[in-house]
Design a binder for this molecule. Structure first.
Ligand SMILES: [Zn+2]
Length: 343
């Protein structure tokens, strides 16, 4: 089969690799219907040291179950399934608490294992990991169902961890796919005012469609001043940070209201958060982290199926497997917001 490998910064190749096979009785083999390139794939695309063996890529996909190990329950060959970006058994204490990213028998896609940017994938812990789409395959819903693998669940995680209450004001930092899904999630949870910080007009326009009431294109001090101006100098009850750069978390601290919550889902590209005495005096809560997408898919799935939400709108380009290297470059150049891959 064909699959995507990364050999170093800027070096993505689509190659022929052995088809995956069942290795554990808890595995499933899934034929991938659609995968995608993630904003988080762009970090290694910018910085991965050269490798001779390469690393399999992709951690978001939907597909059809082809084969099942003998111990897999709750799934049938032919099921249309969503794979969250981390595998989990669904039975350990962390899984039962809804923190499947800390699963005691969890596994990640990519590296030496299968990825989502290919034709097939071996899914570990299939019973716990995969979510069946009860309505079966629906071509029109593929983008939105695929978004539940990662970006929509991650945006929703940001909003959930912030415990947004109806009527609260929210700032979302970042107009990438996760930031836009965070806007949609804040709206779902009843936020009355949603200020989206982003400067890419096509993206912030989609942000307005998803529920943003204000857009702040300025960055740094000017951006902070603008949010303050919009909120009588106070800042917002909640800040959802979907970038991961230190400047973004500094902006979050500056625009959160005293007593407010910063929830971060941008993978941090820094090791320390500047929460010192000044912030102590302001009673700021910092929460968020890697999203247990599996915890939210069943909750969000009905809203996708009945068209209440259409997070799949974040995909603005669809390509075949051979064009995946160009797809990485398009996202790195910010020409594409999020690229959907049809093997
Ligand atoms: Zn578990």
């Amino acid at each position: 089969m064909r699959a995507t490998l990364m050999y170093g910064a800027g070096d993505v190749r689509v190659e022929t690799v052995p088809n995956p096979t069942l290795q554990e009785p808890t595995d499933a083999i899934v034929r991938i219907v659609a995968g995608c390139i993630c904003g988080s794939d762009l970090w290694p695309y910018a910085s991965m040291p050269k490798s001779d063996v390469g690393s399999r890529k992709g951690h978001e996909f939907v597909g059809i179950v082809e084969e099942l190990g003998t111990e897999v329950t709750g799934l049938a060959v032919g099921d249309f399934v969503i794979a969250p970006f981390v595998a989990s058994d669904g039975t350990c204490d962390f899984c039962r608490e809804g923190l499947q990213t800390s699963c005691r028998h969890g596994a990640h896609w990519g590296g030496h294992d299968d990825g989502g940017q290919g034709e097939f994938a071996r899914v570990p812990q299939a019973s716990g990991t995969l979510v069946v789409v009860p309505a079966g395959f629906d071509e029109e819903l593929v983008p939105s169902l695929l978004s539940l693998s990662d970006v929509m669940s991650t945006g929703y995680h940001a909003a959930k961890k912030a415990r947004i209450a109806p009527g609260q004001s929210v700032t979302v930092i970042g107009d990438g796919a996760v930031g836009l899904c965070a806007v949609l999630s804040a709206k779902l949870m009843g936020a009355s005012r949603i200020i989206l910080m982003g400067r890419h007009a096509a993206r912030t326009d989609l942000g307005r469609e998803f529920g943003a009431t204000d857009v702040v294109a300025e960055r740094g001090e000017a951006g902070i001043a603008r949010v303050k101006e919009l909120t009588n100098g106070d800042g917002t009850h909640v800040v959802l940070e979907a970038v991961g750069l230190k400047t973004a978390i500094e902006t979050a601290i500056a625009v959160v209201r005293d007593g407010g919550v910063i929830s971060r889902v941008g993978a941090p590209q820094f090791s320390e958060v500047p929460l010192g005495f000044r912030e102590f005096l302001r009673n700021i809560t910092l929460t968020g982290g890697v999203a247990p997408a599996r915890a939210y898919i069943e909750e969000l799935l009905p809203l996708v199926l009945d068209r209440t939400i259409e997070p799949g709108k974040v995909f603005d380009r669809t390509i075949g497997l051979d064009d995946v290297p160009a797809g990485y470059q398009a996202m790195a150049d910010r020409e594409a917001l999020k690229v959907l891959v049809r093997p």
